[in-house]
Design a protein around this ligand. Structure first.
Ligand SMILES: Nc1ncnc2c1ncn2[C@@H]1O[C@H](COP(=O)(O)OP(=O)(O)OP(=O)(O)O)[C@@H](O)[C@H]1O
Ligand SMILES: [Mg+2]
Length: 492
């Protein structure tokens, strides 16, 4: 191994509310190597990286950069020490243009704005990314924002790049672009810290792996290829149960969702001729993000425009969102930040999430705390207390709260979009089991997911959505990845 660029020694972090997120962690990052940092939800991965970036301070421990001990008082110090961090949701100012965002960053890094063109050219060479300089960030899709975020870090001369679950919101093609960029950065000798729950990515890109469990290192600088995906999963969470066998020849009941001649418009126009979900089945909707999934779901749940045709949920034509929940619908949106109020407490969020279903009677503190206890226990949500703000939960625990709040209602129709996004391997398996279980107890599920493994694991039938149309409906037996890929790409 070469000399590390960064060394973290004995890092302890106790958050102000007393949560001990890290308990004596050591980590080294080396030039030109991708170091994957793995661990179950709440293990302390993001906390460790925020410390290295200077966003939060460790309670104890040392940060050594290029052999010198440093004290990082803010992210400006992090940036000036050559550290860049890319969050799942890029931290760019939405109302400013890409150029303005990059200049702001250069200002933090103490770089002359006159060097913008030359530095960007170089960063583009390294990453293969380009940036639409004059466009406003709010008009750009998430994948492009992430590229801008990476580019500006590299343009500012970062020697260490932290990627926290970078592929969560990317399409397969964008993931490929990111992997190529990482290879380019490796050749430049940039050190990369790579956090993910997706083990195939670790196999593809990581040179070395460190695993955290409950704030401690349980495996340090191990070789991913010699352990394999199974071995890594065991280190992270212990044994992972196999997926439950599919029930064959299930008897289906009445339709819980019917769609007829629906035309809806959002970012694109969607037309669905016929689609039915019956009691007892999981209908998977596979497709590349942006092919009409959002518009379809919005039309079902009731907050989207329905231009023509109709949606029938549990016998009710074109329900409003309030009616949707009242009659037994539940909804897990693909972006949890659309459903959670981050600055409000866990208990308050449960009240928001359940209001339409439960009515105002739920809104007593006593009921909320009881509800929190049930949901937290059943879905393993780790939070400091019912009154801790949701933003203090790890990403995976936020997701578990959202999923738990909906499943706990025992809905008759569940509309779930990428429900296991950001969940660790064991929790992913658990949630998929819950969704399958909901259906075997007689509910209907519309599972919209960009993850083909997820679709194949739990669906009884699979509809492929492409450019706003259902390109085909397959049984799991017919649905090979090749066949699905062809339909997703608009073929037949
Ligand atoms: N601002 C905060 N205030 C209080 N506790 C926090 C805060 N941020 C994180 N925590 C807690 O610290 C622990 C570690 O959280 P962290 O976000 O580092 O986990 P993680 O490994 O990134 O998990 P995930 O895979 O779910 O993103 C969790 O118990 C979390 O609830
Ligand atoms: Mg995290």
């Amino acid at each position: 191994m070469p000399e590390p660029i960064v060394e973290l020694r004995g890092i302890v972090k106790v958050y102000p509310d007393g949560v001990k997120a890290l308990d004596g962690v050591d980590l080294r990052l080396y030039p030109g190597l991708v170091h994957a940092i793995l661990g179950e939800n709440g293990a302390g991965k993001t906390t460790l990286m925020r410390i290295l970036y200077g966003e939060i301070r460790p309670t104890r421990g040392e940060i050594i950069i290029r052999g010198r001990r440093v004290r990082l008082r803010s992210t400006v110090d992090g940036i000036r020490n050559g550290i860049a961090m890319v969050y799942q949701h890029p931290r760019l100012v939405p109302t400013l243009t890409v150029r303005e965002n990059i200049l702001l960053y250069f200002h933090s890094a103490g770089i002359d704005p006159g060097e913008l063109e030359e530095r960007l050219r170089r960063a583009q060479e390294i990453t293969g990314f380009s940036a639409p300089l004059d466009e406003r960030v709010e008009d750009l899709p998430v994948g492009v924002r992430q590229r801008v975020d990476i580019l500006r870090g590299i343009a500012a001369g970062a020697r260490v790049l932290i990627l926290d679950e970078p592929t969560t919101n990317l399409s397969p093609i964008e993931v490929e672009g990111l992997m190529n960029a990482i290879k380019g950065m490796k050749r430049e000798g940039i050190a990369i810290a790579y956090i993910t729950h997706r083990l195939p990515e670790v196999m593809e890109i990581a040179d070395t792996v460190t695993v955290l469990r409950k704030g401690r290192v349980v495996a340090s600088e191990v070789d991913p290829r010699s352990l394999g995906e199974e071995g890594l999963a065991r280190l992270m969470v212990g044994e992972v149960p196999p997926p439950p066998p599919k029930e064959r020849g299930k008897r289906l009941g009445e339709p819980v969702l019917r769609i007829h001649g629906l035309r809806a418009r959002g970012k694109i126009e969607v037309y669905i001729d016929e689609l039915v979900v019956r009691e007892g089945e999981v209908l998977g909707v596979a497709g590349v993000e942006g092919n009409g999934q959002d518009e379809l779901v919005a039309a079902i749940v009731g907050y989207g425009e329905r231009l023509e045709g109709w949606v029938e949920v549990l016998g009710r034509r074109n329900p409003s969102p309030r009616e949707f929940y009242k009659i037994g619908g539940a909804y897990i949106p693909g972006d949890r930040r659309k459903a959670l109020a981050l600055f409000f407490s866990v208990a308050e969020n449960l009240a928001f999430l359940r209001y339409a279903h439960e009515g105002p009677a739920l809104l007593t503190p006593g009921r909320l705390v009881a509800l929190y206890r049930e949901v937290a226990e059943e879905y393993n949500v780790v939070a400091g207390s019912p009154w801790a703000p949701v933003r203090s939960l790890s990403g995976g625990n936020q997701q578990k709260l959202l999923v738990g709040s909906q499943l706990h209602m025992k809905p008759r129709l569940l509309v779930a979009v990428n429900p296991t996004r950001g969940l660790d391997v064991a929790t992913t398996r658990y949630v998929r089991g819950l969704i399958a279980g909901l259906a075997s107890r007689g509910a209907g599920v519309l599972l919209v997911s960009t993850d083909l493994d997820e679709i194949l694991e739990v669906s009884d039938r699979i509809a492929v959505i492409s450019r706003g149309r259902i390109a085909g409906v397959l049984s799991p037996e017919e649905a090979t990845p090749e066949k699905l890929g062809l339909l997703m790409g608009g073929g037949r």
